[in-house]
Design a protein around this ligand. Structure first.
Ligand code: NAD
Ligand code: UDP
Length: 338
C-alpha cells in the first residue's frame, strides 16, 4: 500500500516525502512540475536511499490519474498540488480556481472510483482572513478571505465538508498551515521560487546571497511589537512531520479533521531579518516601504489542538529555520538549477 503525494516535487511536498519514507511509508508522487523541478525528487531519493515512483501528470487529467491508481495500491492521498501566489491569483483567478478547486474535485472523483477515501488537504491560515483575535483556534470563523488564492482554499474546505457530510466513508484532514520556512538540514532540498519571491524568507535569503539588492519591509506602522507584520513561522520539516502524524492518527478514522499547523509564536519581519543576519554572518540592507495591500498585522496559531490530537509539536526554533535556509540558499544560489 502506498500514499499518493500530489505536488510532491514542490517545497512542502518534497520535505514530506522524506519524512514519510523515513517513517516507513511507501509513496507515489504525481506532479506536473509547473512550479518545481525533477531534480528535487532525485535529491529526495539520494537522501533517503529509496526510489520513488514519479508521474509527471496533472491532477486535472483523469486519464493520467486513473493510470496511477491502477498501477499502485493507494491507501491515502496527501494533496499538495496547487498554485499558491497571492498576487498572481488576483491577475488570473480562473486559472487558480481551475487548478485548486476543479483539480481537487477531479482528484476526489478518481479516488471515489478506486474506493480510496482518505485525503489530507493543504489548507492555509489564509482561510481565517484578518482574525479578530490571536492566537487563532480552529473554531474561529473562516471565509473572509481577501484574494482568489485564499478563496480557492476556503472553497475546497467547504466542498470537502459537504462531501464528508454526504457520505461517511470519507476521511478528510484539513491542515491549515501558517508560514512554512526553512529547509531540510542537509541543505540539499529547499524552497526554490521562480522569479521574484513573494514571501519574506526566500526574499531575505536572496538578498543574503546577493541576488537581490535589499529587502523591502512592507510597513512599520502596524500595531505590533516593532510595527512590522507578525507571522507564525513554522519549520518545513516540523510541518512535514505534522503530515506524517496526521496520516498515522487518522489512518482508519472516517470523518472531518481540522488542524492548525503552526508554532504558536509570532515573529516580526525585523526579528526574522535579524535572525537571518546571524545565520549568514552579515548585515542585510532593507528599507521601509508602504504596507502591502491585503496584508494583516498579526497572525499566529494556537497549535494546542494539533499537539494534543496528533502527538506532534513544531519544535524547531527561528534560528534553526534561518540557519537551514541559509545552508540551502548558499549551497544552491540558483535553486535546483545551481
Ligand atoms: P509548491 O508550488 O512548491 O508545490 C506545489 C506543487 O504542486 C508544485 O510542485 C507544482 O508543480 C505542483 N502542481 C501545481 N498544480 C498542479 C497540478 N494541476 N497537477 C499536478 N501538480 C501540480 O508549493 P508549496 O509551498 O509546497 O505548497 C504546497 C501546498 O501547500 C499548496 O497547495 C499551497 O497552496 C499550500 N500552502 C502553502 C503555503 C506556503 O506558504 N508555502 C502556505 C499554506 C498552504
Ligand atoms: N514581507 C515583507 N517584505 C517582503 C515579503 C514579505 O516585509 O518582501 C512581510 C509581509 O508584509 C508580512 C510578512 O513579511 O508581514 C510575511 O509575508 P509572507 O508573504 O511571507 O507571508 P504571508 O503574508 O502570506 O503571511
Amino acid at each position: 500500500m502506498s500514499i499518493l503525494i500530489t505536488g510532491g516535487a514542490g517545497y512542502i511536498g518534497s520535505h514530506t516525502c522524506i519524512e514519510l519514507l523515513e517513517s516507513g511509508f511507501d509513496i507515489v508522487v504525481v506532479d506536473n512540475l509547473c512550479n518545481s523541478s525533477r531534480e528535487a525528487m532525485k535529491r529526495v531519493e539520494a537522501l533517503t536511499g529509496k526510489s520513488i515512483p514519479f508521474y509527471e501528470a496533472d491532477i486535472r487529467n483523469p486519464e493520467a490519474m486513473t493510470e496511477v491508481f491502477k498501477a499502485h495500491q493507494i491507501e491515502a492521498v496527501i494533496h499538495f498540488a496547487g498554485l499558491k501566489a497571492v498576487g498572481e491569483s488576483t491577475r488570473i483567478p480562473r486559472t487558480y480556481y481551475d487548478n485548486n478547486v476543479t483539480g481537487t474535485l477531479k482528484l476526489v472523483e478518481v479516488m471515489e472510483q478506486f474506493n480510496v477515501h482518505h485525503l489530507v488537504f493543504s489548507s492555509s491560515a489564509t482561510v481565517y482572513g484578518d482574525p479578530a483575535i490571536v492566537p487563532i483556534t480552529e473554531d474561529m470563523p473562516t471565509g473572509a478571505t481577501t484574494n482568489p488564492y485564499g478563496r480557492s482554499k476556503y472553497i475546497v474546505e467547504e466542498m470537502l465538508k459537504d462531501i464528508s457530510a454526504s457520505d461517511n466513508k470519507w476521511n478528510f484532514t484539513l491542515l491549515r498551515y501558517f508560514n512554512p520556512v526553512g529547509s531540510h538540514e542537509s541543505g540539499q532540498i529547499g524552497e526554490d521560487p521562480k522569479g521574484i519571491p513573494n514571501n519574506l524568507m526566500p526574499f531575505i535569503a536572496q538578498v543574503a546571497v546577493g541576488k537581490r539588492e535589499q529587502l523591502s519591509v512592507f510597513g512599520d506602522d502596524y500595531d505590533t511589537k516593532d510595527g512590522t507584520g507578525v507571522r507564525d513561522y513554522i519549520h518545513v520539516v516540523d510541518l512535514a512531520q505534522g503530515h506524517v502524524a496526521a496520516v498515522k492518527t487518522h489512518q482508519q478514522d472516517a470523518g472531518l479533521h481540522i488542524y492548525n499547523l503552526g508554532s504558536g509564536t509570532g515573529s516580526s519581519v525585523l526579528e526574522m531579518l535579524q535572525a537571518f543576519e546571524k545565520s549568514c554572518g552579515k548585515s542585510l540592507p532593507y528599507s521601509i516601504q508602504p504596507r502591502r495591500p491585503g496584508d494583516i498585522a498579526e497572525c499566529y496559531a494556537d497549535p494546542s489542538f494539533a499537539e494534543k490530537a496528533l502527538s506532534w509539536k513544531a519544535s524547531r526554533t527561528v534560528e534553526t529555520m534561518t540557519d537551514d535556509t541559509w545552508r540551502w540558499q548558499s549551497g544552491n544560489p540558483n535553486g535546483y538549477e545551481s
